[in-house]
Design a protein around this ligand. Structure first.
Ligand code: PNS
Length: 176
């Protein structure tokens, strides 16, 4: 039996957006990988809105509404995990041969290029593969979604429905 082709899809996912789910679905559909591990970064230096457990639970719940992602999760082709420290150390431990990243706009490119080069230098065994965000999601980011939601703007449709509910609950809890 050949070695499974495992890809790691790292990110903050604070919170997961429709863009994240779209990249995941397309990466699975591409059949380039046997397994994808969603790796939520644990960064003690970065203030986050949702805990790691909340983010993992939101992803899991969002997959329920998406048959392809739901099936992949049940089949073990999709896993949700968290990591701390260097991404490449985690990728190596997972025996991953690929790192998946989404690219939205030219503004993403410079940062992503640097990370891809650095990660390849540290761990040449994993290639960074980019998926272009759909044009309709090209402006969607976790950061902007939070900012708009906390300022009373409508973010429905930019995040999965369950994430929207969780985000609105945070807005209410904050008394905004
Ligand atoms: O969703 P994000 O915040 O754009 O994801 C960034 C992430 C998690 C991919 C990046 O910050 C990362 O890889 N962090 C782990 C620490 C690390 O390996 N740093 C060196 C990157 S070259």
């Amino acid at each position: 039996m050949s070695t499974p082709r495992t890809a790691v899809y790292p990110g903050s996912f604070d919170p997961p957006t429709v863009g994240h789910l779209d990249i995941l679905a397309r990466a699975l559909h591409s059949t380039a990988f046997d397994n994808i591990v969603i790796a939520i970064v644990r960064n003690p230096n970065k203030k986050s809105l949702f805990t790691i457990d909340e983010r993992a639970a939101m992803l899991r719940e969002a997959f329920e509404a998406n048959p392809a992602l739901h099936d992949a999760l049940n089949a073990g082709r999709l896993q949700i995990d968290a990591f701390e420290g260097l991404l490449v150390s985690y990728a190596k431990a997972q025996r991953a041969t690929a790192i998946i990243r989404g690219l939205r706009a030219v503004s993403d490119y410079e940062y992503e290029l640097q990370m891809a080069h650095m990660n390849r230098r540290l761990f040449p065994g994993a290639e960074t593969l980019f998926f272009m965000a759909r044009d309709e999601y090209s402006y969607v980011s976790s950061r902007l979604t939070k900012e708009v939601a906390f300022m009373g703007g409508d973010v429905r449709g930019l995040v999965p429905e369950n994430v929207y509910a969780a985000l609105m609950a945070k807005v209410r809890d904050a008394g905004v």
